[in-house]
Design a protein around this ligand. Structure first.
Ligand SMILES: NC(=O)c1ccc[n+]([C@@H]2O[C@H](COP(=O)([O-])OP(=O)(O)OC[C@H]3O[C@@H](n4cnc5c(N)ncnc54)[C@H](OP(=O)(O)O)[C@@H]3O)[C@@H](O)[C@H]2O)c1
Length: 353
């Protein structure tokens, strides 16, 4: 197809990730021919803005993939599990944002800054996009790994409500309205009952932190915590990397933060880490605590890079670093990384790489 711009389908165009995707497609370098928007039959006929045009959403069906070269999936796991293989069978390269294929050994798990070349090896015609919490820290860890050799990671996340999709955003906003102007949060359990619907969260999120994200897996681990471990290993090509994570939901609308303790094979220095991270594509270092400068989700939201600050060498271990990273979970954590993967494929299909 050299010379012709590839065609793109955005499946799940109406969701939290899909909405950011349309914004990205409208503002990034335009490498696409036709763009087709797909969602559930509930949304068929809705018009959404993309590249300055109003595009009509079509219902998901086999015919919707007719003539499509690349199909992005920003839909729940079960929808991707069923439909990404159908898109691939129709000749499209599927780039999937859900958790359906991430750990499939025949599906590459790609972060372009870390392992772009893995996207070429896709025996099922599917490429997976990592989970948003993994993505919030992996570009930083990948860069440090290149120089120091990563040995282990202990991570604690501070995850935003939008990590649970549009229902997560709606629930937090509704709860915030109910607690605003009250003196709730001063007695045990006083928030429960007042905040109303808990939505996708197991406890009130407004004025609270909730040490849970995902579903319950063996031995008390949450699915989100296991994803951080398994996906980091796969992306970095370190199958035995020691990774331990605790995932916590905080009352932030969008942008995940992660406090990371990373241990390396070699001794580290803060100056060395600054130098590596300043040179790393997709990373911004904001690390001047004397001036009150460090990343916070409220400042990072809506931006593309992974922001890193609070970089310290561990006091009792010259081979370890403490870091605080922030990444917009709907941009680098989802839509942006998917768009970047799709652009890698577009360049390949257009004969430009
Ligand atoms: N939110 C994040 O931070 C994040 C980060 C990384 C990855 N992800 C993953 O990205 C995917 C989308 O997440 P989200 O947060 O955008 O969810 P969301 O806001 O709930 O949106 C879901 C999208 O999927 C569509 N959909 C649902 N069921 C469908 C069906 N049967 N057929 C066709 N389309 C269907 C919806 O269309 P309708 O509007 O027509 O219902 C909507 O466009 C999920 O797999 C999620 O795990 C999310």
């Amino acid at each position: 197809m050299t010379g012709k711009k590839p065609t793109l389908a955005v499946v799940g165009a109406t969701g939290a990730v899909g909405t950011v995707m349309l914004d990205l497609l409208s503002t990034r370098e335009d490498v696409w021919g036709e763009i087709r928007l797909i969602a559930s039959p509930r949304s068929a006929g809705r018009k959404l803005a993309c590249r300055g045009e109003q595009l009509e959403v079509v219902a998901l069906s086999e015919e919707a993939f007719e003539g499509i070269d690349v199909a992005m999936f920003d839909v729940p796991d079960e929808v991707s599990a069923q439909w990404a293989p159908i898109a691939a069978a129709k000749g499209a390269v599927a780039v999937d944002n859900s958790g359906a294929f991430r750990m499939d050994p025949q599906v590459p798990l790609v972060v372009p800054e870390v392992n772009a070349s893995a996207a070429r090896n896709r025996p099922k015609g599917i490429i997976a996009n990592p989970n948003c919490t993994t993505l919030s820290m992996i570009v930083v860890l990948g860069a440090l790994h290149q120089r120091y050799g990563l040995a282990s990671v202990v991570a604690a996340s501070y995850q935003a409500a939008s990590g649970a999709g549009q229902p997560g955003i709606d629930t937090l906003r509704a709860q915030m309205e109910k607690v605003s102007g009250t003196n709730l949060g001063t007695h045990p359990g006083d928030l429960r009952g007042v905040v109303g619907d808990l939505g996708p969260f197991p406890a009130p999120l407004a004025l609270n932190v909730v040490p849970w994200a995902g579903s319950l897996k063996e031995d008390g681990w949450s699915s989100e915590e296991l994803k951080i471990r398994n996906e980091s290993r796969k992306i970095l090509g370190l199958p035995n990397l020691r990774v331990s994570a605790t995932c916590v939901r905080v009352p932030v609308v969008t942008t995940h933060s992660v406090s990371v303790h990373a241990s390396f094979e070699d001794e580290v220095t803060v100056a060395g880490a600054h130098e590596i991270l300043r040179a790393a594509p997709g990373v911004v270092v904001l690390d001047d605590p004397a001036a009150g400068e460090f990343p916070t989700p409220a400042d990072v939201v809506g931006t593309d890079p992974t922001w890193v600050g609070r970089i310290r060498r561990t006091l009792d271990d010259p081979k370890s670093l403490e870091l605080f990273v922030c990444g917009d979970n709907l941009r680098k954590g989802a839509a942006l990384n998917t768009a970047q993967i799709a652009e890698v494929v577009a360049a390949e299909l257009s004969g430009k790489s």
